[in-house]
Design a protein. Structure first.
Length: 323
C-alpha cells in the first residue's frame, strides 16, 4: 500500500493531502533509475577491476599452465640440444676419424634459419617473446638434426666401404720378417751409405738375400713398375686409394706391370740392389696424400704388441741406411 503524504498549511493551520503531479512522479522515478544505473556501473567496474570472473580465473589457470609447459619444453629442448651436441662430437671425433673423413664444418652445423620475417606472425602478443624463443630453438635443433642425419648416412656408406678400405690400407711388412731381424734402417735422419752425410731417410730398409720375395702390403693398382725414378732402381709404386701409395725400391726384377690389380700378400717383385744401393735390400715407403710418412705405423696386421715395440726400437736406431 503506497504511503500518503501530507503537508501543514500555515495559513489554514491544517494538514492537507499532497497530490503529486504526473511530471513529478516521472522525475522521481527517473532519479531512482539513474541512481540505480550509476550504482550498478560502479559495482560492475569494481567487480571487473578487482575481482576475476569464473571464466577469467579459468583462463588465468590455463595461461599459467601454458607458461609452465613452455618452460618445461624449453628445458627439454636444451637437454635435446646437449644430446645432439654429444652426437655431433662423436661423429666428428670418433666415427669420421675411424673412416678418415673430414669433420662437418661448424659453420654448416650452426647455420641460421633463413628469412628475416620468419617469426613475424608470432609477434604482437603478450607471450610473443616466449613463443618466438622456443620456436627458434626448435628450428635450430631441427636443422641440426637434418645435417646430423645426412652425416650418419655418409658414415653408414663409409662403413659399407670399410672392408675394402681396410684391405687397401698398407698393413703388413713387404718381406717375410718373422724373426724381426731384417729391419736395417728406419725412417728419419740417417747416414747416407755413399755420400756419408746425414740425409732424411723417407722409408724403412729391409735387408734380405737377393731374390727374396717382396709382397704388396695392401690391395691396389700398380702405378709404376720401372727404373725411371732416380736412386730407387727397379721399383714398384702401388696406388691403394684413400690417399695411400706404397713404394718398393731396389728390386732385382718385377713380378707385375702397370695397371695390374694386386691383393695384399701378392708377390710384386724380388729383392735386389739396383739404383743407389750398397747391398741387397727392399727400400719401403708409405705415402699419404702425397706426403711420405713413417711406415712403422702400418705393420699392425703383422705384429703382436710386443713385436711392434721391438720393431719400433729397431727402426729408431741412428745407423747408416742402405740407400
Amino acid at each position: 500500500m503506497s504511503k500518503v503524504k501530507f503537508r501543514f498549511d500555515t495559513r489554514t493551520l491544517q494538514y492537507e493531502k499532497v497530490e503529486l503531479k504526473l511530471w513529478d512522479k516521472f522525475k522521481k522515478l527517473l532519479g531512482y533509475l539513474l541512481t540505480g544505473i550509476v550504482f550498478s556501473i560502479i559495482v560492475i567496474w569494481v567487480a571487473y577491476t578487482f575481482f576475476d570472473s569464473p571464466k577469467e580465473k579459468q583462463l588465468r589457470r590455463e595461461i599459467s599452465f601454458m607458461k609452465m609447459q613452455y618452460d618445461e619444453l624449453n628445458d627439454q629442448l636444451d637437454k635435446d640440444a646437449d644430446v645432439l651436441k654429444g652426437l655431433q662430437e662423436k661423429d666428428d671425433d670418433i666415427y669420421r676419424v675411424i673412416f678418415e673423413a673430414e669433420p662437418i664444418p661448424e659453420s654448416e652445423r650452426q647455420a641460421g634459419i633463413g628469412g628475416v620475417n620468419r617469426y613475424q606472425k608470432l609477434e604482437n602478443y603478450s607471450s610473443s617473446a616466449l613463443v618466438i624463443e622456443t620456436t627458434k630453438k626448435l628450428d635450430k635443433i631441427s636443422k641440426q638434426l637434418v645435417v646430423q642425419s645426412k652425416s650418419f648416412d655418409d658414415v653408414i656408406q663409409l662403413a659399407k666401404n670399410k672392408e675394402r678400405m681396410l684391405a687397401s690400407i698398407p698393413a703388413i711388412q713387404p718381406i717375410s720378417n718373422k724373426k724381426l731381424k731384417r729391419i736395417a734402417s728406419g725412417f728419419g735422419w740417417r747416414i747416407h751409405p755413399i755420400y756419408k752425410i746425414k740425409r732424411f731417410h723417407t722409408g724403412i730398409d729391409f735387408s734380405a738375400p737377393r731374390g727374396t720375395e717382396i709382397y704388396a702390403t695392401g690391395d691396389g693398382v700398380v702405378k709404376e713398375a720401372d727404373a725411371k725414378l732416380s736412386g730407387y732402381g727397379n721399383h714398384v709404386l702401388i696406388d691403394h686409394g684413400y690417399g695411400y701409395e706404397t713404394l718398393y725400391g731396389h728390386m732385382s726384377k718385377f713380378n707385375v706391370k702397370v695397371g695390374q690389380k694386386v691383393k695384399r700378400g701378392d708377390v710384386i717383385g724380388y729383392v735386389g740392389s739396383t739404383g743407389t744401393s750398397t747391398a741387397p735390400h727392399c727400400h719401403y715407403e708409405v705415402i699419404k696424400n702425397g706426403k711420405k710418412i713413417n711406415p712403422i705405423n702400418f705393420f699392425f696386421k703383422d705384429l703382436s704388441p710386443d713385436e711392434y715395440e721391438k720393431v719400433i726400437e729397431l727402426s729408431s736406431r741412428s745407423n747408416q741406411s742402405f740407400d
